[in-house]
Design a protein around this ligand. Structure first.
Ligand code: MLT
Length: 242
């Protein structure tokens, strides 16, 4: 478990990297794929996003940009998972750049497999990791501008807890992996009060002030999407086919 992309050692790339940005990029990417997006292309910066989307017909693309939790002027959408519906997303390519989540994705883009993990698609992530068994799994929280994020850690704990249950493995098996044990303990303490935990997290508080409860409440839902965004080509995520 890494709490920010900066913690990820450059040689960690074999195995599977799960990018976690519960508030809100990985929740948004799962929501957009679930709403029928053909692909989600993530960008560190806005300029390359605008250039790459320039050649796509307007009715075949959505440009979504967020900085500091607010929508970027040059994009039609911000980074709310609630904005993506089958009516406005089906069959389109989503071009997305956010403050931390899409940058986190770029930091692990050369791993053997890269998936998007959030609370909403936690079980789909567990099912993939428990069956695919990709060797080392790196759960990488996006954090906030290089600092720790409570919601990303509780999501990492939820994923590990799901795998421990699926494999009938006791928590003690994780001996020595302090970050993983702490993440599972956090999830087991709060699994029945995830909205409360996210509302009290620093980025949850930021979003509450800016946008009200809807986004935070949506992102706090556990196991509501059977969607697994997986990287097919650097920076391009699609629904993993079973
Ligand atoms: C992030 O990239 O850190 C988040 O997605 C920011 C946000 O949109 O709330």
């Amino acid at each position: 478990v890494y709490h920010t992309p900066e913690e990820v050692p450059s040689d960690c790339l074999p195995g599977c990297a799960a990018v976690i940005d519960v508030l809100r990029a990985s929740s948004t990417i799962a929501a957009a794929i679930d709403a029928g997006a053909e692909a989600v292309r993530v960008f560190r910066d806005i300029e390359p996003l605008l250039e790459a989307s320039e050649g796509i017909e307007e009715d075949k693309r959505i440009r979504a940009g967020e900085r500091g939790g607010q929508k970027v002027e040059a994009c039609e959408f911000g980074n709310s998972p609630l904005a993506f519906t089958p009516e406005n997303t089906e069959g389109r390519q989503l071009f997305l750049s956010t403050t931390n989540g899409t940058r986190c994705s770029e930091s692990v883009c050369n791993a053997s497999n890269v998936i998007m993990a959030s609370l909403t698609n936690r079980q789909a992530v567990v099912n993939y990791l428990a069956t695919k068994r990709p060797g080392t799994v790196w759960l990488v929280g996006s954090g906030w501008q290089g600092s720790y994020s409570l919601e990303d850690t509780v999501c990492a704990g939820a994923v590990i807890d799901g795998i421990l249950i699926a494999e009938k493995t006791p928590l003690a098996e994780l001996t020595g992996n302090d970050e993983a044990i702490a993440a599972v303990a956090l999830f087991r303490q709060w699994q029945d009060q995830l909205p409360e935990l996210l509302m009290s997290a620093s980025h949850g508080q930021r979003l509450l002030k800016m946008r009200g409860q809807a986004d935070v409440a949506y992102c706090a839902q556990l196991d509501v999407l059977d969607t697994l965004p997986i990287q097919r080509g650097i920076g391009t995520f699609v629904q993993r086919k079973p």
